[in-house]
Design a protein around this ligand. Structure first.
Ligand SMILES: Nc1nc2c(c(=O)[nH]1)N[C@H]1C(S)=C(S)[C@@H](COP(=O)(O)O)O[C@H]1N2
Ligand SMILES: [Mo]
Length: 544
């Protein structure tokens, strides 16, 4: 390995040790306090909308993985450079590492759930990394030149400098000595010394990996709420969902089922690691413009009447034809009742819900109190909420996109006003109100089909208004009514199908829905930002 390569390796293993040790220190401090997690979360919060859009478009739900990969590559480069520039008498690399440690500590302190101890993982890790880097570099500089094949001509000007190479440690001089003064320092001695450096590097590297793995494993098991969730017994709903009408499910191959299973349900949130919120420490505070603050814990909920409701959730980032939409039965507690107990002031118009990880959504107070089935949900499809869908409790509001209503891991409802408070995505350029736009999707067929009878089918949604009609258009022909499946609730999507006698050739199929108020969905094409995509879905089908 060339000299700068060894120096780079010293930097990389030292920084690796910082990350590994930080991971260990973060176990008692708290999830998200380790440097990469803290920096990642801060980056997510401060990414300009354009970049964010591009990342979601390009990587889809792998966007978080890509962020970690990117941070890993940057960390690797910075660590290698820190090693290359570090000198015994000139600790530039140490300063670089120190700056990163302070930056990471600052990012950790900025997290919504942070206290001062959140700085510790980064600071302890980096302090140790600096000590180890200095030690490795001293070892390296004491070891002498890496042996290079094809000896360079000796540089007479460097001849004297080479004598005190042990205290200077400049790569050029080192190689001059190694190549040209084999009798001054015996090559076998230099090689032994280099092995000494390599052993140091490998040793630190092993420690770094061991600390990192131990930290991850201990952290995951210490914080995971998977065990307690598995033991939760949901109260039987006082008002259960009647069994779903079989006529809601047309059971056409390729058509999305009426109910989405928990494992197939889309997941969208800003959390880099899924928040682990124990029901033992969870509480919900209703406060702000209210007559009396309310504080509820999980046990209080069990004493309240519960309901079960079918509601289709939709993400504002769902493009036309996209799959960021899912339908489930939700078990929970009526928000209108909870909010009424707090006594909201007449001039309040917004409920700012806040999650354990600092996400906020701003919902119109009216949408949560107008009699629709807006819920504080604890169950999903007959199970306790999956951890990634908000365990132990989340909001579900029919008719509003998730970003303005569906707060997972919810801990607070602040009754306030739209002219006083701004929610997470509104601050980032998305609309402050997010009613769901009437939409439809063509699920089948995809690609090529045989000429003859072809069933075109899909789902349509206009939550809380319901779907009254779906029409299909072939090749700019007239709009034809589709057959509608049963609609167990106006708060869910509705399946539709259309039997088409398909002639050979390439055809374009479009669909559009009419909601329960008689309004046809808009043909106007809009991007997802700022308030949801619109336009008719279309599909090109080759009939052979
Ligand atoms: N705590 C928290 N809750 C959140 C979000 C989030 O980022 N953090 N994202 C919202 C968005 S944009 C959507 S679309 C829904 C998605 O819910 P799901 O992941 O259960 O499908 O959650 C909402 N609730
Ligand atoms: Mo969303």
């Amino acid at each position: 390995m060339a000299g700068s390569g060894l120096r780079a390796a010293c930097g990389i293993v030292s920084a690796g040790l910082a990350l590994g040790v930080a991971e260990l220190v973060s176990v008692p401090v708290g999830a998200g306090s380790a440097p990469l997690a803290a920096i990642g979360a801060t980056v997510v919060d401060h990414t300009p909308d354009g970049v964010r859009e591009w990342a979601i478009d390009t990587f889809g739900t792998d966007d978080k993985m890509m962020l970690y990969l990117l941070m890993g590559v940057v960390a690797l480069i910075v660590a290698a450079l820190a090693g290359v520039v570090e000198r015994t008498g000139r600790p530039i690399g140490s300063v670089v590492l120190g700056a990163f440690g302070i930056g990471a500590a600052w990012a950790a302190l900025e997290r919504p759930s942070a206290n001062w101890t959140w700085a510790l993982p980064s600071l302890v890790g980096v302090a140790l990394a600096i000590v180890v880097l200095r030690w490795l570099i001293r070892r390296y500089e004491a070891a002498g030149a890496p042996m290079r094949g094809g000896a360079a001509a000796p540089d007479p000007l460097k001849a004297t400098a080479a004598q005190d190479v042990r205290s200077q440690g400049d790569d050029a001089r080192l190689s001059a000595r190694g190549a040209a003064w084999p009798r001054v320092v015996k090559p076998d001695v230099a090689q032994v010394d280099r092995r000494h450096v390599m052993r140091g590097i490998v040793g630190v590297g092993v420690l770094a990996v061991a600390a990192g793995i131990a930290g991850r494993v201990l952290g995951a098991s210490a914080r995971s709420v998977a065990g307690e969730r598995a033991a939760v017994r949901l109260p039987p709903p006082n008002v259960p969902v009647p069994p779903v009408d079989p006529a809601a499910d047309l059971r056409i191959p390729g058509l999305t089922p009426y109910l989405t299973s928990n494992s197939d349900f889309y997941r969208i949130d800003t959390a880099l690691t899924v928040p682990q919120v124990s029901k033992e420490t969870w509480s919900l505070r209703i406060h702000g413009m209210v007559d009396r603050e309310i504080l509820l814990d999980y046990a209080d909920l069990a004493r309240r009447p519960s309901v079960e409701r079918l509601v289709t959730l939709t993400c504002v980032s769902n493009p036309v034809g996209g799959d960021l939409i899912g339908n489930a039965s939700w078990l929970g507690y009526r928000l209108d009742e909870l909010i009424a107990e707090a006594g909201p002031h007449p001039d309040a118009d917004m409920v700012l819900s806040r999650s354990a990880d600092g996400f906020t959504a701003g919902s119109p107070l009216a949408a949560l109190t107008d009699g629709r089935d807006a819920l504080l949900a604890v169950g999903m499809n007959g199970e306790p909420l999956p951890v990634e869908h908000g365990y132990p409790a989340r909001l579900v509001v029919p008719g509003l996109y998730g970003y303005v209503s569906a707060t997972k891991w919810v801990t607070e409802l602040e009754i306030t006003r739209f002219d006083r408070a701004q929610a997470y995505w509104t601050r980032r350029g998305w609309s402050e109100r997010g009613p769901i736009k009437t939409g439809t999707r063509i699920d089948t067929p995809r690609g090529a089909v045989r000429a003859g009878k072809v069933t075109i089918a899909g789902v349509a949604w206009a939550q809380h208004r319901g779907i009254d009609a779906v029409e299909v258009q072939i090749d700019n022909g007239p709009w034809q009514p589709a057959r509608l499946a049963a609609e167990p609730s106006v708060d869910t999507w509705r399946q539709w199908s259309y039997d088409w006698d398909a002639p050979a050739g390439t055809h374009t199929v479009r669909a559009r829905a009419t909601d329960g108020t008689g309004t046809v969905q808009t043909a106007q094409v809009a991007d997802v930002i700022p308030d949801g995509a619109s336009g008719y879905p279309s599909r090109t089908i080759r009939v052979g």
